[in-house]
Design a protein around this ligand. Structure first.
Ligand code: AMP
Length: 497
């Protein structure tokens, strides 16, 4: 089935012969079989084509997580379109930028936002889909039964995902059919996913982690999923005794650890806990192992590259590292135009079939970051140890330059995080008249600034020591659990003015 469509034929292959088996269990809704999943996707594809979608058209989507929205992803690709998911947190004025940039043929939104979005939709046909899986998209698709997939090859685009835009405007990362299929196929092998797996799927699906890593790996393996609309500790703990795998961001793990019901017995059927999208603290890794007996497998990737490195399935999962470059992915650490020796910090470059096709309508940005020979400059600072394990040190733009000296926030954060009474910390640079930037530590915990400064005095060179320590209740995070350093820099911009 679907042989003419590179990605869909692959996503369907493992489901063949098991059409009536369960793909998804969804609390409060009927189970969904593989057949029902793909049938709904076909109907969606037919409805999109009836709206005028032709190969290469963008289908933009800002909707809650439902099986129907997964069918919208699959249906868009079946129709030869380019799936363009948007974070549900974006406001209408933010949407205006994305819509102007991507000029989608169809835009699917939550009915509650219909009136506001209509004003900014441009030429797009506006359809709705709500959290219960209902809306005009579903009404439209009811009149169709089946769909012949549109032919699409390995190099055609399947999706555009906007990066979170921490510096300047968000950029649309163009991902081809084979960028997605090759990465997920490799992850299936590397993490040993099979039909026997039951994956707890609680990640959002407007992001590479939940959409591609979780959904594509499950489909490619013919695994089933416990499909949760969002992170919900109760639902995850309830699902765990009958599940085998969980993919999460670090906050999933810290929140589950807060729940006394998490224990080794509850996790005894689980074979794999995966974390990514933000750094997992060494403490969290240790606490999880102590409580459940499982060592979390941490991996690293980004919208532009899919997944690039992973700790091993078999072998040592080293806390604080993101493991080895995945099979078929090359990685190197560069500084001043040359590869640095093992253990030194520089900017991580990666190359492989996982790397995207460039930024949508931004040829200059693409040329700056994606080299002609295929290397992509990730913008992440990293080091590779003698055993080949990669450690992410932070984003290059978060590097603090104070009085002409470089300070890697992670070095300071790691020391602070080890202190008694500290939960976590974020080190930033803020404008300073003498130093250009001053090192500031924002800390969550029950300790005092003086105690932290005293502890760092002997451990760090003077220029790396924070000029000020601020104690807060929590760090600002986005939905993927990433600490928003940009927001912190804005909050404390005038500290030394
Ligand atoms: P996104 O494009 O939203 O997936 O964000 C990608 C960025 O998240 C990367 O460039 C890293 O800075 C960060 N990231 C992803 N996984 C990890 C990880 N395991 N450890 C540290 N940072 C990570």
């Amino acid at each position: 089935m679907y042989e003419n469509n590179h990605l869909i034929s692959r996503l369907y292959a493992a489901c063949k012969g098991r059409e009536t088996d369960r793909f998804a269990q969804i609390p409060g809704r009927d189970d969904v079989s593989f057949q029902a999943l793909f049938k709904g996707a076909e109907k969606t594809a037919a409805a999109l084509v009836a709206c005028g979608v032709i190969p290469g058209d963008r289908v933009a989507v800002q909707v809650e997580k439902t099986i129907e929205s997964i069918q919208l992803y699959l249906g868009t690709v079946m129709a030869g379109g380019i799936f363009l998911p948007l974070n549900t947190a974006y406001t209408v004025s933010e949407l205006e930028y994305f819509l102007g940039d991507a000029t989608p043929r169809v835009l699917v939104c939550d009915p509650a936002k219909f009136d506001d979005i209509e004003a900014v939709k441009g030429d797009a046909e506006l359809l709705t889909l709500d959290a219960a899986g209902q809306g005009t998209l579903i009404e439209r698709r009811q009149q169709f039964d089946e769909f012949q997939t549109v032919a699409r090859g390995a190099n055609d685009l399947a999706a555009i995902l906007y990066t979170s835009g921490t510096t300047g405007r968000s950029k649309g990362a163009m991902l081809s059919h084979s960028n997605l299929s090759s990465n997920s196929e490799m992850l299936r092998e590397y993490w040993q996913f099979t039909q026997q797996d039951v994956l707890i799927h609680a990640l959002p699906i407007f992001h590479t982690h939940g959409l591609f890593v979780a959904t594509n790996v499950a489909l490619l393996s013919g695994a089933s999923v416990v499909f949760l609309p969002k992170f919900d500790a109760d639902a995850i703990l309830e699902a765990m005794p009958n599940a085998t795998a969980l993919m999460g961001v670090p906050t999933f793990y810290t929140r589950l650890l807060d729940d006394p019901r998490l224990n080794a017995e509850r996790a005894s059927n689980m074979r794999l806990f995966i974390s990514g999208s933000a750094p997992l603290l060494v403490d969290t890794h240790a606490a999880w192992e102590a409580r459940t007996g499982h060592r979390i497998l941490e991996r690293y990737g980004m919208t532009e590259t899919n997944m690039s490195t992973s700790n091993p399935y078999v072998g040592e999962r080293r806390a604080g590292t993101v493991g080895f470059p995945l099979p078929g992915v090359e990685a190197k650490v560069m500084a001043e135009g040359a590869e640095v020796p093992n253990g030194d910090t520089g900017v991580l470059w990666v190359r492989g079939a996982n790397v995207f096709q460039g930024y949508w309508q931004m040829p200059e940005k693409t040329a700056e970051e994606l080299m002609d020979d295929g290397w992509f400059i990730t913008g992440d600072l990293a080091k590779i140890d003698a055993d080949g394990y990669v450690t992410i040190v932070g984003r290059e733009k978060d590097l603090v330059i104070t009085g002409g000296f470089n300070v890697y926030p992670k070095e300071v954060e790691s020391l602070i995080d080890e202190l008694n009474g500290v939960v976590e910390s974020a080190v930033i640079g803020v404008p300073h008249r003498d130093f250009g930037e001053a090192v500031v530590a924002v800390v969550v915990g029950t300790t005092t600034p003086d105690a932290i400064l005293a502890a760092l005095e002997a451990a760090l060179a003077k220029f790396k020591q924070p000029k000020q320590v601020i104690i807060v209740d929590e760090l600002p995070r986005n939905t993927m659990g990433k600490v928003q350093k940009k927001a912190l820099r804005e909050t404390y911009a005038n500290l030394f003015q």
